[in-house]
Design a protein around this ligand. Structure first.
Ligand code: PLP
Length: 403
């Protein structure tokens, strides 16, 4: 094999998201000029804030009765756990393959994460989930749709029913995705979303919590820091729902503000279009990667319509040295891969062993799955041709490294 690659180095920037639209910038400027940035700071009792309007629009988008806008996705998860009245040291079943804010949210809410194995399709292992649910008698599953891969939700819901488990969905990577023709986040009891810069809508930081339950939403709204201004929420249950819980529920400030809401409202209107754009890019990358026999790709469930704003692949045959060489070669050609097998956490990527505050036994299947698993973002600033070039570099360097 010649040392010079057939494909030119890639020069795009993997952290460069698209600009905020002029429409969203104008809406933000209007909020700034008004001086009314706090969500409850309205001119009169009938005026609806940008945040309240965003919640109504997001609830309608999800097809859920209620939505609450929050400071972050991680905060939404903490709020969901508090809303179900999680007790100190209560076990919370969750994916071993996820991002660190997930065990972090469980810990913040006083719970103990119980990590569940991962399949080669990068979803939660249902057999292990069934077993762990029996053993721990856990009351709650924090189901993380990590990197957008959606597990068989019919099977998860059947297990939840069998074990009487509440499902909280972590939809940080499935905003816009669906399963069985309905939106991801509508199968469980509560869903949490993120609008952090690298997710499917971008407000820098931000999050949502959605549910159809009057009680869970009333508690979540008070928890988010509504003071006694909950009647200013539109995507919310009637005042009676608050009466029983309003004095029993602590205010744990974590609201969204009108500035972020103002830039998210126009983004919600283009979300579906952007999801299609992400999938066009993902499909091109996957098609090219699948031409290489040494590369293994996760498969989607037939009933899932996912949104992939990043891609994952593994090269099971690499030894340690080849793994290092491959990553260096890709990096030198402008393709910065993250590796989930690294013992030490790097940037966003961490393994479950790096969460040393979590008591966990070794998870052999997860270890095997993550051992040679690579990860890469697909910002929408990349063209389809860019994606083709990235995939070609990966295929060429896989072959080059194996020969
Ligand atoms: C980003 C992310 C979160 C947390 O969202 P933040 O808004 O950053 O707190 C949770 N789960 C997963 C899988 C994520 O990628």
């Amino acid at each position: 094999m010649p040392d010079t690659p057939a494909t030119q180095p890639f020069t795009g920037n993997f952290t460069q998201q698209e600009a905020i639209s002029d429409e969203a910038i104008d809406a933000a400027v209007e909020v700034l000029r008004s001086g009314r940035l706090h969500r409850y700071n309205v001119a009169n009792a009938t005026e609806l804030s940008e945040t309240a309007l965003l919640e109504t629009e997001f609830a309608a988008y999800q097809g859920q009765r209620y939505a609450l806008a929050l400071a972050s996705g991680g905060y939404a998860m903490q709020t969901a756990l508090r809303a179900i009245d999680l007790q100190a040291n209560e076990p919370v079943l969750t994916n071993a393959f996820t991002l660190s804010p997930v065990p972090g949210a469980i810990d913040a809410a006083g719970g103990k994460p119980v990590l569940i194995e991962t399949t080669s399709d990068l979803v939660i292992d249902l057999e292990h989930l069934d077993k762990a649910a029996s053993e721990t008698q856990a009351r709650v599953l924090m189901l993380s749709h990590m990197r957008g891969h959606i597990v068989d939700m019919d099977a998860v819901c059947a297990l939840a029913k069998k074990h009487k488990i509440i499902i909280i969905e972590d939809c940080a990577h499935t905003m816009g995705a669906s399963f069985n023709g309905v939106k991801s986040g509508t199968h469980g009891d509560i869903a949490c979303f993120s609008t952090q810069t690298y997710k499917h809508m971008n407000s820098g930081e931000g999050g949502f919590l959605t549910t159809n339950s009057d009680e869970l939403m009333a508690r979540s709204i008070i928890l988010s820091g509504s003071y006694m201004l909950y009647e200013r929420h539109q995507a919310a249950p009637p005042p009676e729902a608050f009466e029983k819980i309003r004095l029993q529920t602590p205010n744990c400030s974590g609201r969204m503000d009108n500035l972020r809401a103002a830039i998210l409202r126009p983004q919600l209107r283009t979300l579906d279009k952007n999801c299609s754009r992400w999938n066009e890019r993902y499909q091109r990358i996957n098609k090219t990667l699948s031409s290489c026999n040494a590369i293994a790709l996760p498969k989607s469930h037939v009933n899932a319509v996912e949104v992939f704003s990043s891609f994952q692949f593994s090269v099971p045959d690499f030894n340690d040295e080849q793994n290092k060489l491959f990553m260096k070669r890709c990096y030198d050609l402008g393709v910065e891969l993250k590796w989930f097998g690294d013992k030490d956490p790097v940037a966003y990527t961490s393994r479950y062993e790096s969460w040393a505050y979590v008591n966990s036994t070794t998870l052999e299947n997860t270890d095997k799955v993550l051992h040679r698993l690579y990860d890469c973002r697909i910002p929408l600033t990349f063209s389809i041709d860019d994606c083709e070039q990235i995939a070609q570099i990966i295929v060429e360097q896989t072959n080059h490294t194996l020969t």
